[in-house]
Design a protein around this ligand. Structure first.
Ligand code: URA
Length: 198
C-alpha cells in the first residue's frame, strides 16, 4: 500500500471513534472521505445524510446520485475524485420514523474540522470544490456567499484552485421541474471548471 494510502487508512481508523462533539451518539457511524489517496480533486459537502449514515460512505444517497450524474455531464471521473464532508456524523431530528437532516451548528463544524484539515494536508489536492454554504463557510470563511461567488476561483492557502458551488441537495429541493433542470445545468457548468484546473 503506498504511503499516502496507509496514512489515509490510519486517519480513517482514528476518526471512527471520534467523540469531539455529541453527534456520534445518535449516528450509526463516522462517514469518512473516500477516493484515491492521490486524488487531484477534492469535493467537500456538508455532512452525511440518512443513506450515507447507514451505508458508511459519503454521497451515496439521492444527492450523491445527482452529483454522480453531474460529474459525468461535466466530464469529471468520480473515481479519480476524493469526496468528503465538513462534518462526519449524520445530524438529524426524528419525525415519526423518518430521520430529517438538521444543519450542523458552528461548534460541531469546529470540532470536526480537524479531520477535513488532515484530509486536505494528506491529499494536497490541486482543486477543492465546496459544495454548498456549510463547506464554503468552513473553508472560505463565514462571510463567503455561494449565491454571488459560485463558480469563481477564490484565493486560498488550501489549494492552488478553490471554488464553491451549490449543494446538490439544493437542486433536489426545487419543486418546479423546469427550474430544477436550469439549476442542474448551472451546477454542471460550475463543475466543468474542474477538468481545466486539475
Ligand atoms: N449531503 C452531503 O453534504 N454529504 C453527503 O455525503 C450526502 C449528502
Amino acid at each position: 500500500m503506498p504511503g499516502n494510502e496507509k496514512e489515509l487508512q490510519r486517519l480513517r481508523e482514528a476518526a471512527r471513534d471520534c467523540k469531539a462533539c455529541p453527534l456520534w451518539r445518535h449516528a450509526t457511524q463516522t462517514v469518512f472521505g473516500e477516493g484515491p489517496a492521490d486524488a487531484r480533486v477534492l469535493l467537500v459537502g456538508e455532512q452525511p445524510g440518512d443513506q450515507e449514515d447507514l451505508q458508511g460512505h459519503p454521497f451515496v444517497g439521492p444527492a450523491g446520485k445527482l452529483l454522480d450524474r453531474a460529474l459525468i455531464d461535466a466530464g469529471v471521473d468520480r473515481r479519480a475524485v476524493f469526496v468528503t464532508n465538513v462534518v462526519k456524523h449524520f445530524k438529524y431530528e426524528l419525525r415519526g420514523k423518518r430521520r430529517l437532516h438538521k444543519k450542523p451548528i458552528q461548534r460541531e463544524i469546529d470540532a470536526c474540522y480537524q479531520w477535513l484539515e488532515r484530509e486536505i494536508a494528506l491529499l494536497e489536492p490541486r482543486v477543492i470544490v465546496c459544495l454548498g454554504a456549510t463547506a464554503a463557510g468552513a473553508l472560505l470563511g463565514r462571510e463567503f456567499r455561494v449565491s454571488t461567488r459560485r463558480g469563481q476561483l477564490v484565493r486560498s492557502d488550501l489549494a492552488p484552485n478553490v471554488f464553491a458551488t451549490i449543494h446538490p441537495s439544493a437542486i433536489l429541493r426545487i419543486r418546479d421541474a423546469a427550474e430544477r433542470e436550469r439549476a442542474y445545468e448551472q451546477f454542471v457548468a460550475d463543475l466543468k471548471l474542474i477538468p481545466g484546473l486539475e
